[in-house]
Ligand binder design. Structure first.
Ligand SMILES: C[S@@+](CC[C@H](N)C(=O)[O-])C[C@H]1O[C@@H](n2cnc3c(N)ncnc32)[C@H](O)[C@@H]1O
Ligand code: SF4
Length: 417
């Protein structure tokens, strides 16, 4: 597996040099001159822990959460205060964990960020289905939240049982969403669960849209090696057939595909925490991507708070990109939106996309993976499947390895990927 990702990395970066994550960081982050900058805040607490979940989280306690939010606000001021003027950013996303558990303090975190940044494309928060009550929805709406994403996974009890989660009360969700409205209401569904059929998924998508969602994220189930999941993995052939059938169904219904995994029913409904060319991440495990570097905060809540108490940034590892590495990173994440515009690449790198990757793009066109029109490459359904497939390799070769280490060591010596 890592052979495939290493080979592709070497091909696209024109070098055998790996991505080298070092145990070092800059106290001052050069974000002032980054355009198209997004913000991300991680809240690592959940009421109970799901075996299959890879994210950085621990069991919620009010004391621990309050101490963490105090530290988070200090990190925001430490980083945000480095700029002279308020910096205009795209969106702000709260992820987790279950950020809605901190609903009482989300307003404070937003206020801290708004002292340093002007947010122009809205604020999103992830919710567990249990959090979808009029009281919590109103609280976060009053704090300035405009988009929500609900971790439904499936409306079928049998799949919730397979995942070891509680069944979802669809009527409770529907009623709460009727009382408190948001610009975007997204629901997460998981596909490629054992014996899951197209009918099951189609019904899940229909139920999501009839219960208040205007956007759905349909994630393939990923079996991370460091989790204690016992959910069997669906064979590739069945997965492809299922993905093709859902994509076709969503296209027939007129749902717009706004990224590899997401479909929206209304213009303007968007939920993607993978925002922009650059982003600043705050909190445990949060990542920051800037023009020449990528950094990742420690996964340990204790060590995170201790670093902040000591007046230092909680960064665990930093990668300093070569020019080609940054191009590959940019292309990989931009392709996630299923389109790559030549002008965007040229604006970011000051060199034409064709000059750098003309051969690869011609090959992708000949293989039927992309179509080209008016300066834009759009992924075909075939291309989207293979991106999906490759992304699975990437997740297992890079993210699985990295998160596996970061969960055990707060500040590892270094990692080469
Ligand atoms: C942070 S959770 C969402 C909010 C809340 N914690 C919850 O679970 O409802 C983010 C989403 O990641 C997805 N996810 C978690 N583990 C996954 C896995 N192993 N494979 C695919 N998707 C996964 C789920 O769809 C989940 O809703
Ligand atoms: S899936 Fe959601 S609720 Fe479950 S452990 Fe992960 S973040 Fe927490």
């Amino acid at each position: 597996m890592s052979f495939i990702t290493s080979l592709t990395r070497a091909w696209f970066t024109r070098s055998t040099r790996p991505f080298e994550f070092k145990n070092e960081y800059d106290e001052r982050l050069p974000f002032a001159d980054c355009d198209n900058l997004g913000l991300y805040v991680h809240i690592p607490f959940c009421r109970s822990i799901c075996d299959f979940c890879p994210y950085c989280k621990e069991v919620y306690s009010e004391d621990k959460c309050n101490r963490y939010i105090d530290a988070l606000i200090r990190e925001i001021h430490m980083v945000g205060g480095q700029g002279n003027d308020k910096k205009t950013v795209t969106s702000l996303y709260f992820g987790g964990g279950t950020p809605a558990l901190a609903a009482d303090r989300i307003g404070e975190v937003i206020e801290a960020l708004e002292q340093h940044f002007v947010i122009t494309e809205g604020i999103g928060v992830e919710l567990h289905p249990d959090n979808v009550t009029p009281d919590i929805l109103q609280k976060i709406k009053d704090a300035g939240v405009t988009k929500i994403s609900i971790g439904v996974q499936s409306f079928y009890n049998k799949y919730q049982n397979i995942l070891g989660r509680k069944c979802v009360d669809v009527m409770q969700i529907k009623r709460a969403l009727e009382q408190v409205e948001f610009e975007t209401v997204s629901m997460d569904l998981i596909f490629a669960l054992p014996s899951q059929t197209f009918e099951d998924l189609k019904n899940d998508i229909d139920t999501a849209f009839s219960s208040g969602a205007n956007h759905v994220a349909i994630y393939p189930f990923i079996d991370f090696t460091f989790t204690s999941s016992t959910v069997p993995v669906m064979p590739k052939k069945d997965k492809k057939a299922l993905l093709d059938a859902i994509t076709k169904y969503c296209a027939e219904q007129g749902y717009a595909r706004d990224s590899i995994w997401t479909f929206s029913r209304e213009n303007g409904a968007r939920y993607s925490s993978m925002t922009g060319d650059n982003f600043l991440g705050f909190g445990c495990s949060a990542t920051t991507l800037l023009r020449h570097q990528f950094k990742i905060n420690t996964f340990s809540v204790e060590e995170y708070c201790a670093r902040i108490d000591g007046g230092k940034l909680p960064t665990s590892l930093t990668v300093r990109f070569t020019a080609r590495q940054r191009m590959v990173y940019w292309l990989f994440w931009t392709a996630y939106s299923t389109r790559v515009r030549e002008a965007d690449f040229e604006r970011f790198f000051g060199v034409s996309l064709r000059r750098k990757y003309g051969f690869e793009l011609t090959l992708a066109r000949l293989l039927g993976y992309v179509k080209y029109r008016d300066g834009e490459y759009t992924m075909t359904p075939r291309g989207a499947f293979y991106y999906h497939y490759y992304e699975n390799f990437y997740t297992l070769a890079y993210i699985d390895k990295m998160w596996g280490i970061m969960r055990k060591e707060a500040f590892p010596e270094g990692i080469k990927l």
